[in-house]
Design a protein around this ligand. Structure first.
Ligand code: SF4
Length: 476
């Protein structure tokens, strides 16, 4: 029995799901930086997507107005979340679906596992979904003897390679084609041993394997990009058509949706379906946009379940500054422009949400103490803010979270001493004179006492001026 219920601002529980890494960001990033192949792959992929996206965004004269509309719609949604979720529940139920409320990852995994068990099936096909990765659904299903099969090509590569996704949109961005060939030869059932690393050949092998699986599996699990409160309609956007197969062929469809994905009205999709493809894949519209409302007799899945997932989201909503992170539509534009992401890659962030959005979302879902180094995984250059199609001010949230993160004792003491000094003019003057003295004693940290010399060893310490403002003023 879970000790919380949906609506209580509880954090995502430990020991389940993928929101916490095994080591802090600086340690994981150092390993990633030692991998030149990874950096080459990332640089090539992010540069290509950035170029494509920039081109199609420039075609729209009202892009900034669209961004403002997306931002306003999300702010309205967050301010009215309980009412909109209940409206969504009513409309999904009226259309023949069943709605389940999951307070956290454990409860969501239990609900989905029980639903699959009830069908008597031992295999499910999956549409790419960040929410199910967040809660570790594949592991929970496997533990229950149910085989999940990822059907998005990149997710399939990650799954067969026993690997972790490293990008929201391109989960296998860290793999090149010869690595993918090796993974297919090793783990894909029935693959041709003469497989080459030609991309169309690799895609053909995956298609043959997946077609067979689509036709033989009777339960599908998906996420949702949007859930329309007004009509009870769910929407999934994707590029390969695998989602369309999963959403139409099986008898039972189970959708796991984060509670922040609700939108008030059908018309609001007009804004988001323009913003999302241009900011994410650099396309004018999504190749496949699937929408369904409950159950339609004789057409598509005849059993539909919607699992509404909290898992820390209510706690994020309770934070007036941090709640903007819930506006995210998972386009990944912020990853593709981030200089830190481009060099370190997705795995360094430890969570399924990498890059700038991961640096603000994961610590809030888990509690900052569990992901204390992530708010520092940024140069605060602001490129993420400029790129975000719903105008999330990521740099401000990063600074806000840095203030909440537990600081090392030495840093806390140094900051307290600096604050005290600045509060006392005479002391401050004496400190200025001492700083001048340190200039004579040495540079690059040698003039600072431990542990501050460590900080200055890799940074240029600003040189104190010959004459301070106070001395200059006194002289006049
Ligand atoms: S924070 Fe903005 S740019 Fe980043 S993934 Fe979310 S919507 Fe896209």
């Amino acid at each position: 029995m879970t000790p919380t219920f949906l609506g209580m601002p509880a954090r995502a529980p430990r020991g389940v799901g993928h929101l916490r890494g095994d080591e802090p960001f600086p340690a994981a990033a150092k390993k990633a930086l030692d991998n030149p192949q990874l950096r080459r792959n990332l640089q090539h992929a992010t540069t290509t997507i950035r170029g494509k996206s920039g081109g199609v965004i420039a075609e729209l004269p009202d892009w900034q107005e669209l961004r403002s509309a997306g931002s306003a719609l999300k702010a309205y949604t967050m301010a009215n979340l309980p009412r909109l979720l209940e409206q969504l529940e009513r409309n999904v139920t009226a259309a023949g679906g069943v709605v389940h409320w999951a307070a956290d990852a454990e409860e969501a995994n239990r609900i989905v596992t029980d639903l699959v068990r009830a069908t008597g099936e031992q295999r499910v096909i999956k549409v790419k979904s960040m929410a199910t990765q967040e809660i570790g659904l594949n592991e929970a299903l496997e533990e229950a003897g149910i085989t999940p099969v990822e059907t998005d090509l990149a997710e399939l590569i990650v799954q067969l390679g026993d690997d972790k996704p490293s990008h929201i949109l391109v989960p296998a961005i860290h793999r090149n084609r010869s690595e993918i060939r090796e993974i297919f030869l090793r783990a894909m059932p029935g693959v041709d041993p003469a497989l080459t690393d030609d991309p169309p050949v690799l895609a053909g092998a995956a298609r043959r394997y997946l077609r067979e699986t689509f036709l033989q599996t009777r339960v599908a699990v998906s996420g949702a990009n949007f859930g329309v409160a007004e009509t009870g309609t769910l929407a999934v956007v994707e590029s390969e058509g695998n989602g369309r197969m999963c959403l139409t062929l099986p008898e039972t469809l189970i959708t796991v949706m984060g509670i922040e994905k609700v939108v008030p009205a059908w018309q609001d999709l007009e804004v988001f379906l323009q913003l999302l493809p241009r900011a994410s894949t650099g396309e004018r519209m999504n190749p496949y946009t699937s929408m369904w409302t409950g159950v339609t007799p004789g057409d598509g899945p005849q059993n539909f379940h919607l699992v509404l997932l909290d898992n820390g989201r209510t706690a994020v909503l309770a934070d007036e500054v941090g709640r903007q992170a819930l506006h995210c539509i998972r386009c990944s534009a912020c990853l593709n422009v981030c200089p830190v992401y481009e060099r370190t890659g997705g795995h360094a962030y430890g969570s399924v949400y990498p890059g700038p959005i991961g640096a603000v979302l994961s610590p809030q879902l888990t509690g900052v103490e569990d992901n204390a180094s992530l708010p520092y995984a940024s140069s605060l250059c602001g490129a993420c803010f400029d790129a975000c199609p719903v105008k999330i001010d990521i740099p401000s949230i990063l600074v806000h979270l840095r203030n909440q993160a537990p600081h090392p004792r030495a840093e806390r003491t140094a900051m307290a001493a600096a604050a005290y000094t600045m509060d006392h003019p005479r002391l401050y003057e004496r400190a200025q004179r001492a700083a001048k003295l340190s200039r004579i004693l040495g540079r690059r940290g040698r003039g600072l006492p431990p542990p501050l010399n460590g900080w200055a060893a890799s940074r240029d310490l600003p040189e104190p001026p010959e004459e301070s403002f106070r001395d200059w003023w006194r002289g006049r």
